[in-house]
Design a protein around this ligand. Structure first.
Ligand SMILES: NC(=O)c1ccc[n+]([C@@H]2O[C@H](COP(=O)([O-])OP(=O)(O)OC[C@H]3O[C@@H](n4cnc5c(N)ncnc54)[C@H](OP(=O)(O)O)[C@@H]3O)[C@@H](O)[C@H]2O)c1
Length: 246
């Protein structure tokens, strides 16, 4: 028995990094897993290969900012999986290291759009199916940077703090339909948006991290699988930090 047998999941930004680990782990646990991405076709092929080695699923080259494309994606997934999406992981994200004084308006908009508007649009696309089924779980991938004010790029920290607020308010609105909403906030991971961080920021994190190392995407993915599973029934509106004790 897999932890997610009988579930249908959408993982946004599944072409690499944390999204890939989550998509493959959910498939291993028995869910049908769709994932999307915006342009990394070769990376997406690797995820799909790993996913199909352990389970079932499909990749979509659909941006989280493509409202119409997301609706089509949901319809196609429902037709193929035989049930509507009942697990959404809002994971798609970008990183950029730039001080506020040098930030362009476009930098701010791209950061807020990808993380916050993208989560809103993806959630809206799956929500009707969840309401119809009277069950569902939305897991937003936040960040330690949106919870504790570490020295982090300000537009990134602001977007992640917004996702924490989105989690809390949405959890209240949709609880009556049996839908739970939580936020998983990793510290620094070995790969992904952390790749561009300057060395001194990485060292600062390691100095404060009691476990003394960066996290692995797989470690976060295992927790994500439990959080969205039927074994986790009373948690909603919560932000769970997984950071090795910073
Ligand atoms: N790595 C860390 O240390 C860390 C720590 C805390 C939180 N996080 C969060 O974890 C999440 C995943 O990050 P990661 O580190 O795994 O980064 P990553 O390796 O750069 O992966 C980001 C993923 O998001 C996708 N993406 C970006 N823009 C998109 C869009 N408009 N539409 C659809 N997909 C899009 C990318 O695909 P394309 O390239 O095709 O667009 C890629 O699949 C992010 O929300 C990030 O903020 C990461």
């Amino acid at each position: 028995m897999g932890l997610l047998d009988g579930h249908v999941a959408l993982v946004t930004g599944g072409s690499r990094g944390l999204g890939r680990a989550i998509a493959v782990t959910f498939a291993r646990e028995g869910a049908y897993v769709a994932f999307n991405y915006s342009r990394s076709h070769a990376d997406a092929e690797v995820t799909l290969e790993q996913l199909r080695a352990v389970g079932k699923g499909r990749a979509f080259a659909t941006s989280v900012l493509d409202k119409v494309g997301l609706r089509e994606l949901c319809k196609e997934v429902e037709a193929e999986a035989g049930a509507p999406i009942d697990i959404l992981v809002n994971n798609a994200g970008i990183g950029q290291v730039v001080p506020v004084a040098l930030m362009e308006e476009e930098d701010w908009d791209r950061m807020m759009d990808t993380h916050v508007k993208g989560a809103f649009l993806a959630t809206q696309a799956v929500l009707r199916g969840m309401v119809r089924q009277k069950r569902g779980h939305v897991l937003n991938i936040g960040s330690l940077a949106g919870v504790k004010m570490l020295q982090a790029p300000v537009h990134y920290a602001t977007a992640k703090a917004a996702l924490k607020g989105f989690t809390e308010s949405l959890s209240k609105e949709v609880a009556r339909y049996g839908i739970r909403v939580n936020c998983l906030a990793p510290g620094l991971l070995e790969e992904g948006v952390s790749d561009n961080l300057p060395g001194h920021r990485r060292e600062e994190f390691l100095r404060h991290c009691a476990l003394g190392r960066l996290g692995k995407p797989q470690e976060v993915a295992e927790l994500a699988a439990f959080l969205v599973s039927d074994r986790n029934t009373y948690m909603s509106g919560a932000t769970v930090v997984v950071d090795g004790a910073v």
